[in-house]
Design a protein around this ligand. Sequence first.
Ligand code: FAD
Length: 452
Amino acid sequence: MLTGRQFIRTAALFALAPHGLAQPEKEVWVNDVHSALNRTRVRELLKPRSGDELVDIVHSAARKGLAISVLIEAEAGIQWPALIRAYLEAQREMKDQWGIAQKQTGADTFTLGGSLASNVHGRGLAMKPLISNVEAFTIVNGEGKIVRCSRDENEELFRLAMGGYGLFGLISSVTLRLVPRRKLRRVVALIQANELARGFEERIAQGFLYGDFQFSVDEKSPDFLRRGVFSCYQPIDKDESVAAEKKLRDDDWLELLRLGYTDRAKAFQRYSEYYLSTNGQTYWSDTNQLSAYLPNYAQKLREQIGGSDSSLIITEIYVPRPDLAGFLARAAELLRTNGTFVIYGTVRLIEKDEESFLTWAKQPYACVIFNLLTLHTPQGIENSAKSFRGLIDLAIERGGSYYLTYHRFARREQVLACYPQFKKFLDLKKTYDPAERFQSDWYRHYRRMFAS
Ligand SMILES: Cc1cc2nc3c(=O)[nH]c(=O)nc-3n(C[C@H](O)[C@H](O)[C@H](O)COP(=O)(O)OP(=O)(O)OC[C@H]3O[C@@H](n4cnc5c(N)ncnc54)[C@H](O)[C@@H]3O)c2cc1C
């Protein structure tokens, strides 16, 4: 077990002027890196370096009648690579080492605080969301008090703040449950989606720990969302060497993205060839979850291929595992009909989370992740929104759900079908934070949606 506290450096906070107040003298604009479609004006950007400074921020915001929103800057908070580096260094002399069980895949520059607040997951084959790896955390509440939360102490707040999108306070330190670091072998095969549910079951029975299915994004091919690269990771002997010689670097990712924009048949072919060529490579269980990410990918692609402003919006849809192949077939029809392009997509598994209040893993689901190409015009954004809503409907028909992170396109009835506890969640937010000190565009959106 290791305490995040010793590694925490900074957490970026933004003090927002509440609605109705005079405009601040100077403006700071922030945005999310991936879709670049969530531009938000904040009053000031603060970078506390200690728990005491977090407490000061809450007191000062209360005095000035300001609301606090937690967002992220690239440098802010302890991010996964720094955390992993620090614990590896601390255990340098140890034969048997400990590491994280899971983190997000696809990018690394996420803070621990942000990861708890979204109750994230990785590509574990038999894992629950991150809450299962959290022993305790401390949070600075709306009164500026530091509160320790665990399954034994302030248990309700523990369940609310995990996956509570920053609405209950500023998480300042985290005690993570680590797991033994393992050496793993990657086993890769090209399979059909209708073999996938059984494929996952077999891999789990054989003791594989991680895995995913990266599907074809070529909407012109019958393989679209139906055929994919099935990569799973099997523990190997401690004495085997770790030698993942072939790796995708930033330029390779950019080239794959360029093909995703311009020639999706080739993109999938190139990607699957690369993955098949890594069959048998060995990895460490934690560092294998780190990956390259290009924050300026949209600008670089525009320089290479021209065209209007665009970016990818991610969505994550959950379906009961037996319904996976049927869902993918219907999703393919829907995306083709809507003329929406998928640039990258993958399927993973999640186990049921019985702890977090706003739980998204309501049963052992298959998680289907889509990165949709979105033009930055009202029509382009609405086209993606329509496809996202369509995908959520397909999930709801099957008893599935979707992830509240990434976008706010779901209709009220969709939110309620997937998160029937949402109104109660907002009521509890007001109970714990009556002054609504902790706010965000996300919060205001849902507060409006459920106002009546
Ligand atoms: C390319 C990409 C890949 C991704 N892959 C995955 C994935 O594989 N699995 C997955 O589950 N998610 C994934 N995500 C989503 C990501 O995990 C979440 O968006 C996560 O919250 C980001 O963390 P952050 O540090 O950037 O938080 P931010 O974006 O800064 O904030 C996100 C939320 O956390 C809150 N928050 C941040 N810090 C704190 C704090 N200290 N205390 C309290 N609340 C806080 C904020 O208020 C906000 O509501 C991915 C996102 C991208 C862009």
